[in-house]
Design a protein around this ligand. Sequence first.
Ligand SMILES: [Zn+2]
Length: 137
Amino acid sequence: MSAPNGPCPCGSGRKYKKCCRVFHYGRLPDHPEQLMRSRYAAYAVGAVDYILSTTHPTSPHFRSDTETWRAEVRRFCQQVTFLSLRVEHAEAAGDSGLVRFFATLKQGERDASFGEESAFVRRDGQWLYVAGKPHPS
Ligand SMILES: [Zn+2]
């Protein structure tokens, strides 16, 4: 867990309470990069409902069985250590956006780091995660 005054897990260099926490507490991101960063931070702090509520219904990660989905995300948050995030590229055009990033993670002793290009869409003024494809970097 990150303390409100501790550094934000997204690596912005700002305090968690001045960074992604505001989104976890209801402010809507203006840009897909903010959503991507705040989702990473949500995994890191175990803000499970934020992950669910920012996943687009057409996403392959979306589950209609919310209870099972929530338990899965919670387990993932507990098993993985979120070491750092590097955003390599972010763009938004109208209601769609792309963010390319590299996340450094550890699952137990195993390196679980990965690069991804994530697609986002804005629906009713809210940016949502749709899907990601691997992007080695
Ligand atoms: Zn942050």
